[in-house]
Design a protein around this ligand. Sequence first.
Ligand code: FMN
Length: 400
Amino acid sequence: MHVDVEPRAFYFGTPVLLLSTLSEDGSTNIAPLSCAWWLNTSCLLGIGSRSKTVQNLRRSGKCVITLPSEDLVETIGHLALSSGVFPLPACKAESSFAYIADKFGHVGLHSTPSSLVRPARVTECPVQLEARGKGAKPIAPRPASAPRRMKTATDDGPGPKAAPAATVDGPARATDNSRSMKESERSAGVRLWLRQEGDAWFGLAERAERLVAAAVGRTREEAARVLSGCLSPGLPSRSGEGSSEFAEATARMLAAIEAGDERGKRLELADECLGEPDAAVFRLAAAIPLGYASSYGRIAAAAGTIAREVGRLMARNPLYPIVPCHRVVGSDYALVGYRGMTSGSDLDDKLARLRAEARGHQDELVLEAARGLVVFPVERVIARAQRGRSGREDGQLSLW
Ligand SMILES: Cc1cc2nc3c(=O)[nH]c(=O)nc-3n(C[C@H](O)[C@H](O)[C@H](O)COP(=O)(O)O)c2cc1C
């Protein structure tokens, strides 16, 4: 039961609270904070300047302060190394933070719409205070000459480390050795890029100029969200900085593929991030030429896995549009599934894409460069769909 109350003072002694703020896309971001000091019915919060929470507060000014009960300790611990900022600032990426778009879902919390503000309340928290910001005061950076503790402190790391934005802007005090180690770690890590080409935004995750994931969105935020969903949880990544010829060229290639021009398509995968046989499956699916399709089973046989596994990988396709998952169908040319759905408008979309790609081919092709994968004209899939037969007509999925 939810009861609205208006106490005269809010002298809460909670060691940690959860702050809900509104992100640009209308979703609610939550962050645990322990730096909170109550003054009558106001609360002074100390928040790292590079957090999503501060970005959101600056933009919308509204929030919900929720006080968790002790049974949520573990849940809050799981939020510790997550941030809603995309791409992650370098300081967070280096501290093993991960970008999490949906923190509620990530830790199994639920949201309840608020009464007075747009950010949602955290259903599981017994005390929920809908609030508006009164102002923000940056804490001045620590002077360059001031002594500084070693690099474990970041501007917005968890708990006590979170202390003030003061620690960010001072000069790094690492020794030459530690600096060169950092550089080598950096060059080996996964870097995330967002680039606009025409009306679309492209996200790419790259390790040493080989692709880990790609994504397309109508907006920067959408591309970022899709890209983050393509990355394995816990994969350390950081935002790319400055210019990158690789990112520019790849974004241009992805835009051309989206526009139907696959002449410049190439796929150099970071196999060590994807693992086998997944990387082999992605490579094989990427090799299916425009106007052709292949089956889950044929790809599985060539990659050394099972058809259902190919279905799972195509459903989450972390390399769209370079991997044309819509060109993978059942052995009897049934559409089977698309975007993880096995019926409804998603299948209609899959069919529409294949229709747009029909080039009037008649014969099967053997792709020697792709482990001898056999591909067939999409017209066969279209004809099968026109006959009105569904992929489930025999009561089973025809992946092979
Ligand atoms: C128990 C706990 C207490 C925290 N206290 C604070 C705090 O007082 N101030 C702060 O800026 N960050 C604090 N953090 C870290 C933030 O939650 C963290 O920086 C998070 O990335 C912010 O998320 P956001 O970038 O999505 O806003 C705390 C984290 C935990 C787990």
